[in-house]
Design a protein around this ligand. Structure first.
Ligand SMILES: Cc1cc2nc3c(=O)[nH]c(=O)nc-3n(C[C@H](O)[C@H](O)[C@H](O)COP(=O)(O)O)c2cc1C
Length: 172
């Protein structure tokens, strides 16, 4: 069983979440390949997918959305987990608008979608990004909850192992 984990990140916080997910899956003896969505040309070799994107202006990145469109049919046929990393408009590090990514997720119909709180570090951003984030009410800080990330990854591993035991799964 081979899993593709895609991570779309502008400033690294989503990549770091993806790295922890990959680590946990590997620790559970699952073969994981991590890529940027725009670098993927074919998904034929994979049995399941974990797709992650940072949220900017209420949306997944264009590269992450494009990936879900390019491989729509293949993704519908295999188990998919999705996660978003964001935190705009939050006074206290809670993600404000996970539902706005709705159309992408509805089209994917994932086993599960998780929204993780991300990081707002103005020193990493340009002036425009800083202003938008401030206008959205973001507070400075790293709100990522690594325990929550590990727990989510472990649940995926358990589900994949259960599938292996029952002979895998193709979605109807
Ligand atoms: C310009 C800008 C716009 C953002 N818009 C949103 C948003 O609409 N919703 C949200 O939940 N988080 C938003 N965020 C917060 C980012 O998603 C958060 O900082 C995330 O950790 C960034 O991930 P990355 O480091 O992988 O790029 C925004 C941040 C910036 C700088």
């Amino acid at each position: 069983m081979k899993i593709l984990l895609t991570s779309s990140s502008k400033h690294g916080s989503t990549d770091e979440v993806a790295a922890v997910i990959a680590e946990r899956l590997q620790a559970a003896q699952i073969d994981v390949e991590t890529k940027r969505p725009e670098d993927v040309d074919t998904v034929d070799d994979y049995d399941a997918f974990v797709l992650g994107s940072a949220v900017y202006m209420t949306k997944w990145t264009p590269e992450a959305v494009d990936f879900t469109k390019r491989f729509h049919d293949a993704l519908k046929a295999k188990p998919v987990w999705a996660f978003s990393v964001g935190l705009s408009g939050l006074p206290k590090g809670k993600v404000s608008d996970p539902m706005r990514i709705g159309p992408v997720l509805l089209a994917l119909d994932p086993e599960d979608h998780m929204t993780f709180a991300g990081r707002f570090d103005p020193s990493r951003l340009n002036l425009r990004e800083r202003s938008i984030a401030k206008l959205g009410g973001a507070s400075e800080g790293d709100f990522r909850d690594w325990g929550e990330v590990r727990q989510w990854a472990d649940a995926i591993a358990t589900s994949l192992h259960d599938d292996t035991l029952t002979g895998g799964r193709e979605r109807p």
